[in-house]
Design a protein around this ligand. Structure first.
Ligand code: ADP
Ligand code: ASP
Ligand code: MG
Length: 416
């Protein structure tokens, strides 16, 4: 049976008026496919508010396991509200609809509260309900762990809920409705010259998302790629019936005829740069540093090692998410004697800017273009990292927008 999954983000369900508009879109899509599940986010701004409330209630004394499970109970509530409201708005239009919370759906997750991973979603009652023509309105962002406790999927996680539901239902398409009409060559809020892409490969979308383009949560792309779920990104701010060529399809590379060397530019300000000065230069020291950080749950990204001025010593520079800066700094301080270093410097005013494209596999000179474009604007590069289909540089955060625009132009991505 043909099944369809739609997802609406925070700005699309920001108030009752927007929810009524979403109901209109859902009603139109129901005509096309009556086996329909709709995943919703919390109203925009709601999750931030709930997060702040948990911080205030817990104070600085509670963290880790003492905090995260109840954090999830609180922050998951935003999606419960919008799921119920949309189900009501659909009933008002004479459609059969009901809400499904994570635990009712049996969307199973691990126990990593606050950033849980989906393990599976196998619920015959849910499938039966969808196939009977009753619209399933699913509260995104939430699942249930092995202990029966609520777990949330990390910020932006409703995208991942939608893809998981689409995979479970073997849906032919997962439409992600948001406040932009597709995936652009870069964040359209940074440059009006950004261009909408008609199609983008799973691999490139995965890099774009993980390097900062928050239009899709990284894990949703991972899941879509693994289960081969076709995902389309489109706007909820247009009429109820999507135009045939609107939006961006995230699909297999083979389905894309016109391949660009560079498809997009992404940026992230959520970076902190750590410099360990005068580290003892002996085998095993990097294993100690990054072992301590890994054990503390810090996700390290770029790493550079260079000899220091003093004999037998080196400097090690690495980046980690800015939200982990204080925690990572404390871990390194505590392990100072074990590691053996002379100084630690943490810079939080840095940003990572990246260019992404599968064409890099077969084209030379991509890095040269990047470095020349940045140099022409007088932007200093602090750290560089590359993979098969991306190049990232760490720069002063004040130059983020300038760098994104310069690179967008340099790779010929600007709209006419
Ligand atoms: P939602 O609430 O619908 O989940 P998000 O705010 O999470 O929406 O994601 C949509 C936003 O992603 C857009 O408003 C846009 O500013 C941003 N964005 C960043 N990079 C891109 C990109 N390459 N293409 C489209 N949007 C992007
Ligand atoms: N409401 C959650 C958040 O703001 C999940 C989502 O919107 O996807 O992160
Ligand atoms: Mg989002």
């Amino acid at each position: 049976m043909k099944r369809l999954v739609l997802k609406f983000g925070g700005t699309s369900v920001a108030n009752l008026e927007r929810i009524a508009h979403v109901a209109e879109i859902v009603a139109a899509r129901y005509q096309e496919c009556p086996a329909l599940a709709v995943v919703v986010s919390a109203m925009s701004g709601k999750t931030n508010e709930l997060v702040e409330w948990t911080k205030e209630a817990a104070g600085p004394a509670l963290h880790g396991a003492e905090y995260d499970d109840e954090y999830d109970v609180v922050v998951a509530s935003g999606e419960q509200v919008t799921a119920g409201l949309l189900a009501l708005a659909l009933r008002k239009r004479g459609l059969k609809a009901r809400s499904w919370l994570g635990w009712q759906l049996q969307l199973k997750t691990d126990t990593a509260h606050g950033k849980a991973r989906i393990l599976g979603c196998d619920n015959p009652a849910f499938q039966k309900s969808v196939d009977s023509g009753e619209i399933a309105v699913v509260a995104g962002f939430q699942g249930v762990d092995d202990h029966g406790r609520v777990a949330t999927l990390g910020r932006g996680g409703s995208d991942t809920s939608a893809v998981a539901v689409a995979a479970a239902l073997k849906a032919g398409l997962c439409d992600i409705y948001t406040d932009v009409d597709g995936v652009y060559t870069t964040d359209p809020r940074i440059t009006p010259k950004a261009r909408r892409l008609e199609k983008i490969s799973y691999e490139e979308m995965l890099e774009l998302a993980s390097l900062g383009a928050k239009v899709l949560q990284t894990r949703s792309v991972e899941l879509a790629m693994n289960h081969r779920v076709p995902v389309r990104v489109l706007s909820s701010f247009e009429g109820p019936v999507a135009q045939p060529n609107s939006g961006t399809l995230v699909c297999d590379e083979e389905q894309i005829v016109e391949k660009q060397v560079v498809s997009g530019v992404a940026y992230s300000r959520d970076e902190a740069k750590f410099t360990l000065i005068g580290v003892d230069d002996h085998p095993g020291v990097a294993a100690i540093i990054f072992g301590e950080l890994a054990d503390a749950g810090v996700n390290v990204d770029m790493i550079v090692q260079a000899s220091a001025k003093s004999e037998g010593r080196q400097n090690i520079v690495f980046t980690a998410p800015d939200r982990d800066a204080a925690h990572a700094g404390a871990v390194l301080e505590k392990a100072r004697d074990k590691i053996g270093y002379q100084g630690l410097n943490v810079a939080r005013d840095v940003a990572k800017v990246s260019v992404i494209g599968v064409g890099m596999r077969s084209h030379a000179g991509v890095a040269k273009t990047m470095f020349q474009a940045l140099s022409a604007k007088g932007i200093n590069i602090q750290v560089i990292s590359t993979s098969e289909i991306k190049i990232s540089v760490l720069i002063d955060a004040n130059y983020t927008e300038l760098a994104v625009r310069a690179l967008h132009t340099a790779y010929g991505l600007d709209a006419d």
